[in-house]
Design a protein around this ligand. Structure first.
Ligand SMILES: Nc1ncnc2c1ncn2[C@@H]1O[C@H](COP(=O)(O)OP(=O)(O)OP(=O)(O)O)[C@@H](O)[C@H]1O
Length: 307
């Protein structure tokens, strides 16, 4: 981990939390290029890999000056790693996945494509913790910016993973949008703090998927196809996952809804790691940072999109 010592009188720090996002909390009014920050307001800047280095240099210049208020500038980034994972359903002799390796950086967009029946959904189910690998492991590893591993790998906790299945609207169970999003939340009255946290999470999820114009009393089944997908995303986002996996997010939508969902995914990529299985390569191509082909027999190969 790189740490740049800055004046000891400083009381706030700027933290680079991954190779793609930068966040900080100024202790007093501060200027960030083109932006004034109020006391206590968090700064979050996202960029794709190509602009990361430039952004870091700007931050070094800006926060490295004599009047800066940062005590440290830390660089580290995390990867979700799948190592040598094989999967054979219990009671069978067929390997559906064979020595799969995959590494996806935080806050990036990975896409897995490949023929029907090759094992893509099976891999997503392992990532979501719905089944366990027969061998191999799935974990989160943090690295410093010089590529050194920081502490031991952490197991990828299923509660930190959101999964949106193919045609998620088929699994809607509630009569209102609000009940659908908050399904499974504690029904007893929690403390004020818990209720505030839940209300904030709800508001953030609804806003980030663009459902603010929709009444929370509306029947989820009466929404348009695109809005049903937004709702399915909100249901997952409200759990604040680190990794969101999506199985065929554009399937069955008309062209307008497909374009809307693709735009929404582009927006979500700034906030969390997305791993998507899709046959809709052209529509998602502009979002993709890394792609893999799943070959029959569950063999995964890193490969550019064939378009
Ligand atoms: N529990 C199971 N027992 C035996 N075979 C299974 C089991 N689950 C899935 N399969 C088989 O594993 C193969 C891979 O299925 P999977 O759904 O992962 O493929 P996929 O690449 O996602 O396909 P598609 O693109 O059509 O969704 C298929 O041949 C499927 O029939």
């Amino acid at each position: 981990m790189e740490s740049i010592p800055l004046p000891s009188s400083s009381s706030s720090c700027l933290l680079i939390s991954s190779s793609y996002s930068i966040s900080g909390r100024p202790s007093s009014t501060n200027f960030y290029p083109h932006r004034r920050l109020r006391k206590g307001q968090a700064l979050s800047v996202s960029c794709d890999y190509s602009c990361f280095e430039r952004l870091v240099n700007i931050l070094r210049m800006y926060y490295g000056g004599a009047n800066n208020r940062c005590s440290t500038l830390l660089f580290f980034y995390g990867f979700v790693e799948i190592r040598d994972v094989s999967y054979r359903p219990p009671g069978t002799k067929i390997n559906l996945l064979s020595q799969v390796n995959l590494s996806i950086p935080e806050k990036s967009f990975g896409l897995i494509f490949g023929r029907s029946g090759s094992g893509k959904t099976t891999l997503l189910q392992l990532l979501a913790g719905l089944s366990k690998p027969t061998s191999g492991s799935i974990y989160v590893q943090r690295y410093s910016d010089d590529g050194e591993k920081i502490k031991s790998p952490e197991l990828l906790q299923p509660e930190r993973v959101g999964i949106v299945f193919q045609f998620p609207e088929r699994y809607f169970v509630a009569d209102t949008v609000l009940d659908e999003v908050t399904f499974g939340w504690p029904r007893q009255k929690g403390g004020l703090q818990l209720r505030e946290i839940l209300a904030l999470r709800l508001q953030k999820a609804i806003t980030s998927v663009g459902l603010t114009g929709i009444s929370l009393d509306k029947d989820p089944h009466s929404l348009s196809g695109g809005y049903k997908r937004r709702l399915a995303l909100a249901i997952q986002l409200v759990q604040t996952p680190d990794l969101l996996i999506l199985d065929e997010p554009l399937a069955g939508l008309d062209w307008k809804a497909r374009a809307d969902v693709a735009k929404l995914l582009k927006h979500l990529k700034k906030e969390l790691t997305l791993l998507v299985v899709s046959h809709d390569l052209k529509e998602l191509a502009s979002l993709v940072d890394q792609s893999w082909r799943m070959e029959m027999g569950g063999v995964l190969k890193r490969e550019p999109l064939p378009i």
